[in-house]
Write a protein of this length. Sequence first.
Length: 109
Amino acid sequence: MAEQKMMHATEATNLADILERVLDKGIVIAGDIKIQIADIDLLNIKIRLLVCSVDKALEMGINWWQQDSYLSTTAKKSDIERENRELKKRLERNEEIKKRLERAGAKVT
């Protein structure tokens, strides 16, 4: 019986190498879904997917996760601070209205 040898590619690329290249360079996948009846658009969905590393995304100017309060503690803090400022303004306005009403002789509880 003849002996069979396994042949391997000399420049084999494993999954980790491919992933490293994709994350380093980035890859964009785009697609559109359109549903029409009698030339009338009923639904039009545009799908765009970007796969890259965080460093590459920042280099391209993409940083939406830094402003999302569900993903960033810094964004959550700024949302809370903004809400506190708005509430303080409302409280000050209410206190001013209360003082005006008291000066006018209205009964305020």
